[in-house]
Design a protein around this ligand. Structure first.
Ligand code: C5P
Length: 356
């Protein structure tokens, strides 16, 4: 049981109200293989895919645009924490796509990015195919991990596979940017220097070894991406150059000085307890080489070890989502494979988090 003071620590200082707190736990379990394509009686084919999420190793906000978006210079990297998605090509008589999800509160109608991805695929390719998809979520919401965006990318890839690949990877990448800003990175090889809204993707060599241990720590309260971008004070941004950060990251490794995220300022203003959490992870962790927020938060990424520090056992942190993770890439022409080891991507299904 948490005290009132402990619960208040995770109340946002401004913005929409916190609705509820949910426990999100990770329990190691072996994973099944990433991809399975098989004929079924009803539909023709089904496909099981891993839907990984991403972190931002650095994130510079370059300018606020007339259209309300922000131009970024950010190093996105796909990681092995992810959801499971089971797709089925429906019989020709099906009038609509069908989405089911284990996480209460996730919309399953046309507002879900997965359905938007199917609609985009049909309008671009002229295909009429409808799909059923079951989504088993592990990636928390409002986390800065791009979980919903990854689901849309995976759906776009799956639709193309189930229809015999009418589109190229380049086309899928271009179309993904019309659905949202964070989706295109999944059509890179896994490490991408992203500009524009985030949808202009340049493949780069992974700047860190893929086996670099990572620890993700996220409080039960999530943060709203539009709110955080709106609350950014442009005068308080870093002055670091994105290309220089990229070059130095590859040369020097993940040192704290390079872990720049311009969105930490609005996120920490809104949620001071998140800054306190970051500072404790830096001070009391097992010597993480860098600790930083990913995307618009509220996940804090620790680099260099994946053992949770002892202080996370304290009652005030009992509702934290805590997960080890690793950087991953994909082979050209293939989708991301689920990790074979138990650990990062394995775990209890995520539950919906309140968004500040
Ligand atoms: O593109 P997406 O729908 O994911 O973006 C969600 C919101 O986040 C946008 O409506 C915008 O408010 C904000 N955003 C931004 N600049 C970006 C990406 C997102 O301001 N580069």
């Amino acid at each position: 049981m948490q005290t009132a003071a402990q619960l208040r620590a995770w109340q946002p200082t401004a913005g929409s109200a916190q609705r509820q707190q949910q426990r999100q736990r990770l329990a190691a379990a072996p994973r099944r293989s990433a991809v399975r394509v098989a004929a079924t009686a009803s539909s023709g084919a089904d496909l099981h895919l891993f839907s990984p999420c991403k972190i931002n190793l650095f994130l510079r906000v370059v300018r606020r645009r007339e259209d309300g978006y922000h131009d970024l210079a950010s190093l996105f990297h796909v990681i092995d924490l992810g959801d499971d998605m089971a797709f089925e090509a429906l019989a020709g008589t099906a009038a609509a796509d069908a989405l089911t999800c284990n996480m209460v509160g996730v919309p399953t109608d046309g507002s879900n990015l997965v359905i938007k991805a199917f609609n985009m695929f049909r309008s671009k390719t002229g295909q009429k195919q409808r799909f059923a998809v079951d989504l088993q979520k592990r990636v928390p919401h409002g986390a800065g991990l791009g979980g919903g965006s990854a689901n849309a990318a995976t759906a776009l890839w799956a639709a193309n596979e189930l229809c015999g690949r009418p589109a190229s990877n380049e086309q899928l990448l271009a179309w993904s940017g019309e659905i949202g800003s964070d989706i295109s990175v999944f059509f890179s090889n896994g490490a991408a220097y992203c500009t524009g809204r985030g949808e202009v993707v340049e493949d780069v060599a992974p700047p860190l070894p893929l086996d670099t241990p990572l620890l993700l720590v996220k409080p039960p309260v999530g943060l709203s991406t539009p709110d955080i971008f709106r609350a950014l004070d442009l005068n308080r941004r870093s002055t670091a150059d994105g290309r220089e950060l990229l070059a130095r990251l590859a040369a020097e490794g993940a040192v704290q000085e390079l872990a720049v995220n311009d969105l930490e300022q609005p996120a920490f203003d809104r949620l001071p307890a998140l800054l306190a959490l970051k500072q404790r992870l830096q001070a009391e962790g097992p010597g993480f080489s860098s600790v930083f927020m990913t995307g618009s938060g509220s996940t804090i990424v620790c680099v260099g070890a994946d053992e949770p520090p002892a202080f996370l056992q304290e009652a005030q942190y009992s509702d934290m989502f805590v997960s080890p993770a690793r950087l991953i890439t994909r082979q050209p022409g293939e989708w991301y494979a689920a990790p074979a080891r138990g650990g990062a991507a394995a775990g209890a299904a995520a539950t919906p988090a309140a968004v500040a």
